[in-house]
Design a protein around this ligand. Structure first.
Ligand SMILES: NC(=O)c1ccc[n+]([C@@H]2O[C@H](COP(=O)([O-])OP(=O)(O)OC[C@H]3O[C@@H](n4cnc5c(N)ncnc54)[C@H](O)[C@@H]3O)[C@@H](O)[C@H]2O)c1
Ligand SMILES: N[C@H](C(=O)O)[C@H](O)COP(=O)(O)O
Length: 340
């Protein structure tokens, strides 16, 4: 069986993206699982001996490449790619890597996408409106998507992503929550082999305490759960977030996934439980997309301190999703970490 082609956008050249990508692609487990196609900056990649062995092609000539390949999107000057010192030009470049990788996804040149971390702030400073990969991919594919952190102990999806906390109440609607619960349920069903049990968190302290501490649970989240259940989604809640995460080891036995209402409510426990092995998966796309759960980490960029394990996990997950032909971005089954 041929290995899946996994497109990799290199992320911010001043962050840890290039070094964790190089480190991960050097791992035998990754080499055995996929053929990488890296969308990035020529001179940045040339810093790593690994990439000198890669074929270089233009996007138009990508076709069905059969060996590790680089699509050189930019050739940045030295001052524009200093580790730890992000630049405006670097901001534009990281967005260009994503755009080029999305074109390759659309044209069927890659079987999955794994994105190295970008800086939303630097891309925005370069004059490009950008909230996150998830939002850009949703727009590019005209799809309703869900960000899901897939960790060894718990899967946590988000009802809202990169939005100000002050807007949460108006963004949570019964219709959107029902659609998200259906997407989560249908994405996980082939993985768990039955209707997944989904825990739905409340928005307010103590899930609103019966309306005393907020009305969203009574007026929006509760009705959405009931409507989703009527549509055969095995959803439960609204549950108090602190209570659920107080006993994280009990979650896997009771629920297959958690739907959190906002970014930090879901990502703090996901990252705290396992920062290295939690993978960001975008559900709802025609081509699977993954990312490590970390960011650009400027303070350690170029110092050899960054762990490439999160990138290894994100690449293996992308390959796994592509290999099962899960064009609906199904997350993979729970598995022990492979020996590397
Ligand atoms: N996938 C993505 O594109 C993505 C994900 C998260 C954050 N971000 C962006 O990254 C930027 C910085 O975000 P942040 O500071 O909140 O988070 P961060 O993940 O960059 O850093 C958080 C902490 O974890 C450490 N860290 C991160 N990755 C590590 C690794 N591989 N090995 C060892 N230590 C590591 C950092 O040094 C820091 O102490 C922001 O602009 C944010 O938008 C991007
Ligand atoms: N919310 C993610 C995290 O903190 O890990 C991160 O910002 C990446 O989001 P995108 O995949 O949408 O870029």
């Amino acid at each position: 069986m041929s290995l899946p082609l996994v497109g990799i956008s290199l992320g911010d050249v001043s962050g840890i993206g290039p070094e964790v990508t190089a480190g991960a692609l050097a791992r035998p487990a990754v080499r055995r699982a996929l053929i990488p196609v890296v969308f990035g900056d020529g001179p940045t990649l040339e810093r790593f001996p690994l990439f000198r062995r890669y074929a270089r092609v233009e996007l138009a000539a990508l076709g069905r490449v059969e060996s590790p390949t680089v699509v050189e999107v930019t050739r940045l000057n030295e001052a524009e790619r200093v580790p730890g010192k992000p630049s405006r030009v670097g901001g534009r470049a990281q967005f260009a890597f994503i755009t080029r990788a999305i074109e390759a996804m659309r044209e069927g040149h890659v079987d999955a996408l794994c994105t190295a971390p970008v800086s939303k702030e630097q891309i925005s400073r370069a004059g490009i409106p950008f909230m996150g990969h998830t939002e850009v991919l949703a727009e590019a594919f005209g799809a309703d998507v869900l960000m899901m952190m897939d960790g060894p102990r718990v899967r946590i999806a988000l009802a809202t992503n990169h939005v100000p906390l002050s807007s949460l109440s108006s963004l949570l609607t019964v219709e959107k929550l029902v659609a998200q619960l259906k997407l989560l349920s249908r994405s996980l069903e082939p993985v768990v082999g039955r209707k997944p049990r989904i825990a739905v968190l409340g928005l307010n302290p103590h899930a609103g305490e019966g309306g005393l501490l907020g009305r969203e649970e009574v007026e929006v989240i509760g009705p959405a759960i009931r409507r989703a259940r009527a549509a055969k989604v095995d959803a439960h809640g609204p549950l108090p977030a602190d209570g659920l995460f107080a006993r994280p080891d009990d979650i896997a036995g009771r629920y297959d996934a958690v739907l959190a209402m906002y970014h930090d409510q879901g990502l703090i426990p996901a990252k705290a439980l396992d920062f290295e092995r939690t993978v960001n998966v975008t559900l709802g796309l025609p081509v699977p997309r993954t990312s490590p759960d970390h960011g650009t980490a400027y303070a350690i960029a170029g110092k050899g301190e960054a762990s490439c394990v999160p990138m290894v996990e994100a690449l293996l997950k992308a390959a796994q999703l592509a290999a099962v032909g899960s064009r609906g971005a199904r997350p993979g089954p729970r598995r022990p970490s492979p020996r590397r």
